[in-house]
Design a protein around this ligand. Sequence first.
Ligand code: NAD
Length: 447
Amino acid sequence: MDQHSGVTLFGTGYVGLVTGTCLAEVGHHVTCVDVDAQKVEGLCRGEIPIHEPCLAPMVARNLREGRLAFTTDAPAALQGAGIVFIAVGTPPNEDGSADLGHVLDVARTIGQQVTHPVIVVNKSTVPVGTADRVREVIHFHLRQRGLVFDVEVVSNPEFLKEGAAVADCMKPDRIILGTRSGLAAAALKRLYAPFNHKHERILVMDERSAELTKYAANAMLATKISFMNEVANIAERMGADVEAVRRGIGSDPRIGYQFIYPGMGYGGSCFPKDVKALAHMARSNGYAPDLLAAVDGVNRRQKSRLFQHIQRHYDGALAGRTFALWGLAFKPNTDDMREAPSRVLIERLVAAGARVRAYDPQAGDHARTLFADEPQVEVCNSAADALEGANALALVTEWKQFWRPRLDHLHAALSDRVIFDGRNVFEPWEVEAAGLAYHGIGRGRSV
Ligand code: NAD
């Protein structure tokens, strides 16, 4: 190994931890830095703070084989680095813009501590123009220290999906490199070569276009979801079944089946904040983002849609009733509850005087912390446990294990014999044939 061939990565969240581990898996020497000392201590022992399929054994193997290390010591981590990734959070500010505080903190640390030329690669989702700001901050500190070498800053937005992050990282659809430096592009192509073996997946463009590509991709996906939720809400009022409509339009290859599932609205740490941040960028640059504003507005409304079905079914009389909730995470295969539709449903049920018994295969611990001060919410240890004493069931996250429950068991367990299906995973006729009432999203029911 030459002196500066290592990879250093700032931030060990969903993106940083998965990226660092996958880079180690293909043979790079990776040091991950985080400011959260407790997290770093746990990671050094191989304890993974998130649920992500396949990640734990990969971290353990690369720790054991000496290709992966975790530390809070940024100066030490920078010593052997040739490439330095920034993968810290960019949460939303009050006005919808992205908070760049963590990204610029890392830029300052690099500028104050690095002792040799490095390539800085930004993986965080950041507003257009951030690569320039990061470069300025680093060079400002280098100048203050009397150092004259160059530090290149590349935009390399991340497209992994929580729940499939390792697979996405090992086999990306595309790797976007935003840089005008041929040397930096070549160095990153070498780094990513093991992920780019079968066919060309690397797209090189300028930094600003790379930064905007990430927002455009998430906004497009969010638009598809809000569009389909809008169609569902129309279908519901017109006696049409959105599931038939979905298949009908998905069969057109220009539309396709992906991301046209109606439901309870998008959540998670990316779509809501990225749609708002893109809209904010547009407004700040003199453009009124009407479509993005509608996408966000439809989504906000949709998060209350299942609650409205519940309220209507009971003529508003929810006080004292108990609802079993299956699913808390914002989507299956993750423990992430950031902006999850389950939170809106729980808040509204509790405000209406109802009790909630909730179960999620992975998000239970987060939920216990979130609802610690809420005596009307109990987080249960199994799907069956959540049904104990429940009047009705609400299906909120479409984990595979919820798809085909024993309907005779539900009939026996739910005293009001009704299911509210926020993800359209049940067949209405099957549920009704089992003697239970059914309410889905956009399934031709009266308003
Ligand atoms: P996260 O909140 O899970 O993790 C961020 C980590 O950065 C935390 O562990 C935090 O302690 C650490 N951190 C904060 N400041 C630091 C500093 N100065 N030095 C070192 N570590 C620091 O975030 P995430 O979900 O991994 O997202 C990171 C970025 O990637 C965001 O911009 C996000 O929008 C983007 N992104 C996320 C996903 C996703 O699915 N989560 C997908 C693509 C892109």
